[in-house]
Design a protein around this ligand. Sequence first.
Ligand code: LCV
Ligand code: LCV
Length: 258
Amino acid sequence: MSTVIAETSNEIGIITLNRPKVNALSAELIEEVTRALDGMKAHNLRVVILRAMPGVKVFSAGHEVTELPTNGRDPLTYNDPLRAVIREIQHHPCPVVAMIEGSVWGGACEMVMSCDLIVCGEDTTFAITPARLGVPYNISGILNMMKVADIPFIKEMLFTARPVSAERLMSCGVVNHLVPRNELESFTMNLAGQIAECSPLVLRILKEELRVLTSAHPITPEAYERLQSLRREVYDSEDYHEGIRSFFEKRKPNFQGR
Ligand code: LCV
Ligand code: LCV
């Protein structure tokens, strides 16, 4: 069964996540999202909507935890599927509008935050969870979060690993619109329609200008290497294994700081 439904409505592409039970971002699911995004470049589309099936309790449970390596490899390396699909969204020539309902977890929050606009239903929550899973999040992932929210709010989300409400996401500027769940689809399609009326060439250059300018953060090679070595200490730690083990054993993690 396909884990993604790709369809078009006039000049709007619609990609629906459809992987039971909670749209965990497996390599397979992400490959299908990437293929759908790529396929939509060929059509004369102006805007793409990323959504889940209507009425879901969980928009996405984030990275497929069973695919997080426990053999000393970087869990979020450049070629990790989650990293790849986030770049695919950021480089796509069409604005990508995230239409969110239900709860969003872990790396799925970053994926949604890397979309160009976010419309969410009033019951939406985001929980960014690496600190609870013992995962040393990667540098570009942190930068992607910094692009859409103030540092204090990002720190609270990362340090608590707890869900935050749609109201807070709206007041902190993370999401563009917060609407009643039963109006989510009509509102988002209307917004996408407004974008679709604009020049596709101008939309493409504006999106690329914003991507390049918001990614322009000076970091020296030494600083990069030092952060990578700090991350390696974490994903080589006992706590990393404890975080993942606790997930499968459905219990609170017991971190020891080593
Ligand atoms: C694989 C899953 C998952 C899952 N992978 O139903 O950001 S980082 O750094 O942390 C990054 C590495 C990342 O994204 O990590 C993943 C972060 N995600 C989370 O922490 C969310 C973990 N999941 C949950 O908290 C709950 O499953 C939610 C709230 C999503 C749904 O809760 P609910 O009670 O409705 P279950 O927990 O029973 O989950 C249903 C099935 O989905 C599996 C889970 O193991 C269960 O499988 P079984 O039915 O076979 O037991 N599942 C949930 N999340 N990320 N599998
Ligand atoms: C010359 C004008 C203009 C005008 N130039 O009265 O940001 S960028 O990249 O787009 C950049 C290149 C830029 O700034 O482009 C211009 C962007 N501006 C707009 O898109 C606004 C276009 N104008 C309108 O939407 C309407 O004219 C407004 C809403 C401003 C006013 O509407 P209203 O019905 O009150 P009219 O439209 O009848 O305009 C009155 C007169 O002003 C001229 C317009 O052609 C008309 O001239 P005539 O009376 O000779 O017919 N006009 C309006 N805007 N930017 N001329």
